[in-house]
Design a protein around this ligand. Sequence first.
Ligand code: F6P
Length: 366
Amino acid sequence: MVKTLGVLTSGGDCAGLNAVIRAVTTHAIRHYGWRVVGILDGTLGLMERPLRTRELTLNSVDDRALREGGTLLGTTTKGDPFAFRMPDGSVRDRSADFAEGVRETGLDALIVIGGDGSMRISARLCAEAGIGMVGVPKTIDNDVHGTEYAVGFATAINVVVDALDRLQPTAASHHRVMILETMGRDTGHIALNGGIAGGADVILIPELPYTLQAVAARINEVLTHNRPHALVVIAEGVRTMEGVAVRAGHKGGPGLVGSYGGIGHYLAEAITDLTGAETRVTILGHVQRGGTPSPRDRLVASSFGVHAVRLVAEGKVNRMVAWQNRSVVDVPLSEVTIGARSLSVDDPLILTARGLGIYVGEMMGA
Ligand code: F6P
């Protein structure tokens, strides 16, 4: 019998996390009468002393949570407890601190709302701590295996489409080529979905090779035959022709290699050189992660939260809830913790883009 259920958010935030927390809390308390404990700042809340947790009640997670971006529990991208970077720069395995934190909090099971990296780390942590885990996929990148949707993706697409809707009139007014750089890490789900829905003429994604000549040819075609402006979407993980990943420097934080950021400027320069067109670059950045969750994200988040609690109640742990063929299902964690889910080169949306005349990169195997 599960009595105390933990819930945490891990990795980069996105819209819809609070909607998941609300659904988990509501269903666990109302339907099963369990106690729900929120863990603050991802795994850190259970590793630090004093423990950092927050009792979740029907009143503390009310209908406002459905509408709010971010995560009321806080999150971290620093916390691999198996290789934890200490303030003095040394790296330590702190998984035992996490297991001890689980025992001290009295958790019987843990719901982890995270991306593929968080699923992998948390699955191992929970196994070592001796509790069952259920994962809820979230990431604007939508690159978690086993699910068609991760929480946060739909809202990010809305942001991209809104940006293109705003860039189109200014592109048209000034006869410019506007380049919009999206997030997505090593995958092009955001760029492809947002680019098609927002009417882009060129969409570049990390999964498909491209040539600058082909980009220029498509833009010249648009400028010559259709209209004196064009829209280009490029995913941040696209590399230069020399295979270099463009990264943005960050101040503070974990001092990692830095996130992607800036490939849009490389492309803009090449487009101007090859076509003579005037270009401007917009790097969308973290606005894709914030804001009010879209209705689809609220629906996915609510369905995921309820299903995750049900799985715990039925003892079906070490699984991740997933969205497949318009319903909520669940899949073994072992099937999803295998790295990021890239776009397949014959993804139906790639075929749609080509059918619309959008240049999305070279045909593979052609
Ligand atoms: O994984 C989500 C994401 O927003 C990526 O799209 C992006 O590359 C990265 O996180 C940015 O990370 P940070 O918030 O650490 O800059």
